[in-house]
Design a protein around this ligand. Sequence first.
Ligand SMILES: [Fe+2]
Length: 351
Amino acid sequence: MSKVLVVDDEKSIRLTLCAFLRLEGYEAFDASDAHEAIEIVNNNAIDVVVTDIVMPGISGVDLINDIRAVSKDIRIIVMTGEPTLETAVQSVQRGASDYLSKPFRRNDFLRIVGNAAQMKTMIDEKQRLEKQNIEYQHHLEEMVRERTDALRRATIGIVNLLSQVVEFRDPYTSGHQRRVGNLAARIAEEMNLEKSTIENLRIIGYIHDIGKVAIPAEILSKPGRLTSPEIELLKSHSECGYEMVKKVDLPSYFADAVHQHHERLDGSGYPNHLKGDEISIESYILMVADVVEAMELHRPYRPSLGQESALSEIQSNRGVLYHPKVVDACLRLFDSGYKIDDKLYEVSVHL
Ligand SMILES: [Fe+2]
């Protein structure tokens, strides 16, 4: 039941009003002045204060200010023996919700207190629901965060698994896809592409040779030169990879980049001799990352050609085989001291 505080310097009035309230089931408190009233308000969750206006010391009107400093929700009813409009207006301006003109009847008193108590209950309920709503939202946000983290971990686990499937069959290129993915992401970053493109490119790099699972292992690990038919078979990995990736519900440039990473700007690449705008920017980035990584690292059929040769290859074929903007970004990156790494980064797929 609501808690009501009666403030009046006349003891008989206080006690009578409190008796009325208790008979109605309220928990009633009484105070003889403003100091005592504030003390009670501070220590009890008072719902309604009924206060006299004219009291020794702090007046009822000033008491309203003091109560409002503690709570804006407590309902305040002022009792006045001199019911001038001015006093009522002043009280309402200070934050009183209602007033009673002395003398008043028991029923009027209980009706006004009842209304105020009901209003306070509604305010409390509204606040409880708002708090509950905020807590629910926080809980929901936390759940979404947890699920997103779990999804991210699962994604990188699956991407890594796919990457390892290829490298298991082609052990000489161990770590190649991770290094290409990481370099491609850094080039995209250097080109100021969107974060989603950067992260997706990293994933594409990690699996770009997935089509090699369809190539016989003897070809993949054969030391020395491949025969022409073997080369043709090896080249089919980008087509095979495309067929595999396009079936997954991902942005289309995932499959396109896998398909096009051996195409070249002038149409001299494979499998479809695409040129210029027919090749996506993601593919151009992956292409340069693939070439630089492949030249820089040791291969079964040749030793490492070194970073210098790798960079001079893309520089001399800038605008011929490779997209100029991608080459420029890649050169800037290495100029600033970038070193290719094969770290497995935690990534999310951006759909
Ligand atoms: Fe490839």
